[in-house]
Design a binder for this molecule. Structure first.
Ligand SMILES: [Zn+2]
Length: 355
């Protein structure tokens, strides 16, 4: 299966917008325009999360919230150095081994962008030493020669920085490479769902959107859940593939379908929900795979909010997440789209214990 040009363009657009945790406004603006263009109403929490919604014609309809997180891992400037470089504070989890010599983009408060890189040493200067530099000691170089130049160009403590990760189509469209597929794949799937249902009535109120600050502790998910008070929440996120050893029986293989995420560090799956997820995936002829994770998703916050909210994760895997070079599989994307549309079209609240 191949993505059409519109789908490719959409994934390119959403991955290439820079939106580190706490600075998601550019992506939120893009979504706001797209959601409104399709005639959806909008709702925002006070942290910057955004949702499109459509009320059902059914009175006292249940509410379904589909959420992906807008933010990506990155950094903020913590120190301006006399030599014109800067040191940073990490936002979200980075493996330091993935960072040195990355291209980076800094955005100032007045929206100027500067390209730079993270300083590295060649091996002949490392002899006898290792280069296990902690992120807080890494030197980010934007080409400025002293601290006055940094200031003159509007660079301040608190400015966000992101690793550059251009969008590339691999293997004739079977796979895609870019930064931020975690979780722009979820943001893009949300757009697919909204596009599909824009002229179709549903027997429940549908909310689809993006949360802020997932990578630093699922903060926007908590406030969004409190705002919307859904009867059912579905979290679409991007989980690390664990398939590089090439062994049979691995959990989380790229291209092998939607994840039935039975447990992670922040939530034990609701049994009736994953049974229903499996049932609908089978009916929609969508491949699926079981998954267990030492991490977590927005579901960890949402299911514990208010009086407890029934929450289902609907994740896909990608290789090299939390780097500028993440790879996804387009069959996974299209299968997730088909499976999700089927699930929403045939949603049976009784079956999942929501009366
Ligand atoms: Zn994520």
């Amino acid at each position: 299966m191949k993505l059409n040009n519109k789908q490719l363009k959409r994934l390119k657009t959403v991955t290439q917008i820079n939106a580190v945790s706490g600075d998601e406004h550019l992506l939120a603006n893009y979504l706001k325009n797209q959601y409104s263009e399709w005639g959806y109403q909008l709702v925002f929490d006070n942290l910057g999360s955004i949702f499109a919604y459509k009320k059902s014609k059914v009175t006292n309809a249940k509410k379904v919230m589909l959420v992906a997180h807008m933010d990506e891992v990155g950094f903020i400037v913590k120190e301006l150095l006399s030599n014109g470089c800067v040191k940073v504070h990490a936002l979200g989890g980075h493996n330091p081994a993935t960072l040195l010599s990355n291209r980076v983009i800094l955005t100032t408060r007045d929206n100027r962008s500067y390209y730079g890189t993270i300083n590295s040493l060649p091996p002949h200067l490392l002899r006898g030493k290792n280069d296990n530099v902690s992120i807080s000691e890494m030197i980010f170089d934007f080409g400025f020669t002293n601290i006055d130049e940094l200031k003159k160009h509007g660079i301040n403590i608190g400015d966000p920085i992101v690793c550059e990760g251009p969008f590339e189509v691999l293997n004739e469209g079977k796979r895609l490479l870019a930064k931020a597929f975690d979780d722009r794949i979820g943001i893009a799937l949300g757009l697919e769902i909204l596009e599909y249902f824009k002229d179709r009535d549903l027997p429940f109120d549908l909310y689809v959107g993006g949360s802020v600050q997932e990578e630093v502790g699922c903060r926007g998910a908590l406030t969004s859940a409190h705002l919307i008070k859904p009867d059912l929440a579905i979290v679409v996120d991007c989980s690390p593939a664990k398939d590089m050893a090439g062994n049979d029986g691995e959990l989380g293989v790229l291209g092998k379908g939607v994840l039935v995420r039975v447990v992670d560090a922040t939530m034990i799956a609701f049994k009736d929900l994953i049974n229903y997820q499996i049932e609908t995936l089978k009916k929609a002829k969508v491949p699926y795979q079981y998954y267990i994770s030492p991490g977590g998703t927005d579901a960890g916050s949402i299911h514990k909010s208010i009086d407890g909210i029934k929450t289902l994760t609907y994740c896909l895997v990608a290789r090299s997440i939390h780097t500028a070079s993440t790879i996804i599989d387009t069959d996974d994307y299209l299968n997730a789209r088909r499976g999700m549309i089927y699930l929403l079209k045939h949603l049976d609240f009784k079956k999942i214990g929501i009366e």
